[in-house]
Design a protein around this ligand. Structure first.
Ligand SMILES: [Zn+2]
Length: 451
């Protein structure tokens, strides 16, 4: 009995200590680069209307498992980094194999709890209107290219880590801020010019949604949806055009009904959807999305797979697009996979983005798994249980495979090592060019125009 209690205590205490999911530490010319476990990250985000400048002051409390130089990421170059209160140098480095870039603190730590304080300028997707004294700012993300999660804006850890994020947002240069904020965090106005936004502890670097606009520049509809759980879920849909916003409401309700029936209750406190223009595709956040109308259903599915159960790394991201595309295609069931092999889940362990062949190859693999599982209710029956058991947790391809095998009783070694962790066959190359309408790559100017 004692042992049992001890075991459950360890489990609950370690709920979001995900260092076992990080890639291995590695050596650089600066020393040993060590992955660390962020506990909390508090961001003071200040928009100065007179200077037309946005800056971020961050305090991160983290735990180091081994001695070395902590690593994190931030695309804008920080102008100050302090480790445990002391100013330290920092270096831009590459992961082994050059698959991605990141930042390494020059100061070393011993195992235990430490703090990092970082200051940087917010340079992407922010606009100042000095005539009307308002700011537009958004933390859009993308997952098909490298370094386009929160690290574009604020110091962040890598995808494996779940930690409590708080944004303290402030506008300087006005007595009273004329702003609206759309977010998937819990928001409190703390003064006429400031707000505090607190995000759930299980969030990763790809989960928060933050969009600040001039007051009333968007046409919004707020309503509640009666979840099958009995909860009333607050939903906000908004866009620059009343007609577009109106169109989003019934579609959001329709998709919510479909997804709850298939996979169980919505796993987020609310749902926020920003309706962008036709042809822009969309991007999913946790219980939130910025999306064109045509991709709304696809992005909402991602609140189950991608931001309900959350991928731990670039090699696990294929699953989200595979499941979403399998649904987009009407859940086909096929006795064969239809290609010879691929490595969509078997690239460098340091890779951070999702392989863009995951839509075509991954959904074909799901259709095949559905065929194999047809006597057990099909793949959807498995996915429903998988989502409900592991929601708000970070998962890997290995975890998905182990659970599939447990559910079905099959050994799927050969299937995964051929189609997911294998060698690319020539027939996968033509699928490379199949453009996915749901996650169109947008230029910097296009992203800014969505503000
Ligand atoms: Zn998608």
């Amino acid at each position: 009995m004692k042992k049992l209690i001890l075991f459950s205590l360890i489990l609950s205490g370690a709920a979001h200590a995900n260092l076992h999911l990080s890639p291995p530490d590695f050596m650089t010319s600066q020393g040993r680069a060590v992955f660390v476990d962020f506990k909390t990250a508090e961001y003071d985000i200040t928009y100065d209307l007179d200077l037309e400048r946005a800056s971020v002051k961050t305090k991160i409390v983290f735990e180091a498992r081994s001695a070395g130089n902590p690593i994190f990421d931030l695309v804008p170059t920080p102008y100050s980094v302090k480790l445990d209160g002391k100013k330290v140098k920092h270096h831009m480095i590459s992961f082994p194999g050059g698959v991605s870039k990141l930042r390494q603190v020059a100061g070393a730590v011993v195992p235990g709890t430490h703090t990092l304080e970082i200051e940087n300028e917010l340079t992407s997707n922010v606009m100042f209107d000095t005539d009307f004294r308002t700011v537009s700012s958004a933390f859009w993300i993308r997952d098909l290219k490298d370094r386009l999660f929160m690290e574009q804006y604020i110091p962040s850890n890598f995808e494996f880590d779940q930690y409590k994020m708080t944004y303290n947002v402030k506008i300087l240069g006005v007595r009273k801020a004329e702003q609206d904020i759309y977010t998937n965090g819990a928001i409190t106005q703390t003064s006429p010019v400031s707000w505090k936004i607190e995000f759930p502890e299980w969030y990763t670097v790809s989960c928060p949604y933050f969009h600040m606009t001039p007051r009333k520049s968007m046409k919004r509809l707020d309503f509640t949806y009666p979840s099958i759980s009995g909860r009333q879920i607050p939903i906000t849909v908004y866009s620059p055009w009343r007609s577009r916003t109106k169109k989003f409401k019934p579609e959001a309700i329709r998709v919510m009904q479909e997804l709850e029936a298939d996979y169980g209750p919505w796993a987020h406190p609310s749902f926020v959807a920003y309706g962008t223009m036709v042809g822009t595709g969309g991007m999913e956040h946790a219980g939130a999305t910025a999306t064109s109308f045509g991709a709304l259903d696809h992005e909402m599915l991602h609140s189950y797979f991608a931001k309900g159960v959350v991928p731990a790394n670039g090699n696990s991201g294929w699953m989200d697009e595979a499941i979403a595309s399998w649904r987009d295609k009407g859940y086909p069931r096929n006795p064969t996979v239809g290609f010879e092999g691929s490595n969509i889940g078997g690239q460098s362990i340091y890779k951070r983005n999702t392989d863009n062949r995951s839509y075509a190859l991954g959904s074909a693999f799901m259709a095949y798994l559905d065929f194999r599982l047809q006597d057990m209710g099909g793949l959807k029956a498995f996915l429903r249980g998988y989502f409900q058991t592991y929601k708000h947790q970070v998962v890997t391809t290995e975890h998905f495979k182990n659970n599939l095998e447990f559910f079905s009783g099959f050994n799927l070694d050969e299937e995964f090592s051929t189609y997911i962790w294998g060698v690319n066959s020539s027939d996968t190359e033509e699928l490379l060019t199949e453009e996915n309408p749901h996650h169109r790559p947008l230029s910097k100017a296009q992203l800014k125009s969505l503000l």
